[in-house]
Design a binder for this molecule. Structure first.
Ligand SMILES: [Zn+2]
Ligand SMILES: [Zn+2]
Length: 363
């Protein structure tokens, strides 16, 4: 046998032995991978491996319409070692955990308005904040007028469950005082002044009105941490106020509705005889923003990066991003991202750097 063939045969034998050993030990290997993933998910300080600064995570980049890659509206904002959440859309509490951020670690939730898609997971978030972290105090929740009514409703719906869990696990594991949320309500009339909700030397969180009529109040949020700035639009039609608030921001997280793709959805609804759905898809054009208009706002505000969230209608493949964005890349010359669940954009303090990473784990 030639030396070349002998080496090949030996290599094949070694490979066969390795594959056989892995096959025999496959359950142990699977257990090991499973344990590593569980340990990663349970870390008490999930923010420790993120550089000091301001970061934005998408825990729900979708809308009320089902999208296989996007939960309902939810944006995480990490400021140093503090974890904040803007809106609590359908399925977002699970996505957060898949990103390695436990609901128990959320320091405060900020709500933009009370459309169902923005509050659908509020009950789950509050429950997991409480039961997942043995919280002794309820979750702080900031929102414009109307918050108490929403919060009272969710707390009433979860009262039975509260009782079951205290009876089953005991008050040491689920302290009764930690159930639910504490409402921090602020007034926000249309065109009203900014509301500064958190004001410390390193961190400012500011709410401002946006235009989602007839939904009032509706707000956006500006986060400033050690000089880095992020704006989250909430749901809005093109808003000059938003453009002013976003001036020189590092990242503008803006909602976006593609009329072109929505027209195809409408066509499908008409074909199916679903006239009410067709009409709703026409109505929603008036209180959202097209990607092109969001790009104009981003350009006018001189933001450094534009991230689309509340992506309407569903964009199930990145291959469709071009159709979704339309002319937006010609209008805004900076980086544009059509957000997906798991996106994490890091803005290290003391730099002008913008790092885009993915944070959705899989085994
Ligand atoms: Zn809305
Ligand atoms: Zn919405």
């Amino acid at each position: 046998m030639k030396p070349f063939a002998r080496i090949g045969l030996a290599g094949a034998l070694v490979l066969a032995v390795v594959v056989l050993a892995a096959w025999i030990n496959r359950d142990r290997i699977a257990e090991d991978i499973y344990l590593r993933r569980a340990v990663w998910g349970m870390r008490p300080q999930p923010l420790a491996d993120i550089p000091d600064g301001l970061s934005v995570g998408l825990c729900g980049a979708g809308s009320p319409l089902p999208d296989p890659t996007r939960a309902g509206p939810c944006t995480l904002v990490l400021a140093g070692q503090q974890l904040f959440e803007v809106d609590s859309g359908q399925g977002s509490a699970k996505v957060m955990q898949l990103m390695g951020f436990a609901p128990a670690r959320v320091d405060a939730l900020f709500l933009t308005h009370y459309h169902s898609d923005h509050i659908a997971d509020l009950g789950e978030l509050m429950l997991q904040h409480w039961a997942g972290g043995a919280a002794k105090a309820p979750l702080p929740i900031y929102g414009p007028t109307g918050l108490e009514q929403v919060l009272d409703g969710f707390e009433a719906a979860y009262q039975l469950d509260r009782g079951y869990r205290i009876a089953h696990h005991g008050p040491r594991i689920v302290p009764p005082s930690g159930f639910g949320g504490t409402a921090h309500v602020f007034p926000m009339p249309p065109g009203g002044p900014d509301q500064t909700l958190i004001d410390t030397p390193d961190l400012k969180v500011i709410a401002f009105p946006v235009d989602h009529r007839p939904v009032e109040p509706a707000v956006g949020y500006l986060f400033i941490y050690k000089g880095r700035r992020v704006v989250v639009s909430g749901d809005t039609a093109p808003s000059p106020r938003l453009e002013a608030e976003a001036r020189d921001a590092d990242v503008l997280v803006h909602e976006g509705l593609s009329p072109r793709l929505l027209a195809l959805q409408r066509q499908a609804a008409v074909r199916d005889g679903r006239w009410n759905v067709a009409q709703i898809s026409r109505d929603i054009l008036s209180y959202h923003t097209t990607p092109e208009d969001a790009a104009k706002i981003a350009a006018g505000a001189h933001v450094r990066m534009l991230v689309f969230t509340h992506v309407i209608p569903p964009v199930p493949s990145p291959l469709l991003n071009r159709l979704y964005l339309g002319e937006a890349p010609k209008i805004f010359s900076g980086p544009i991202r059509v957000g997906r669940d798991g996106d994490l954009i890091e803005l290290p303090a003391g730099t002008t750097e913008i790092r885009v990473t993915r944070r959705l784990t899989s085994y």
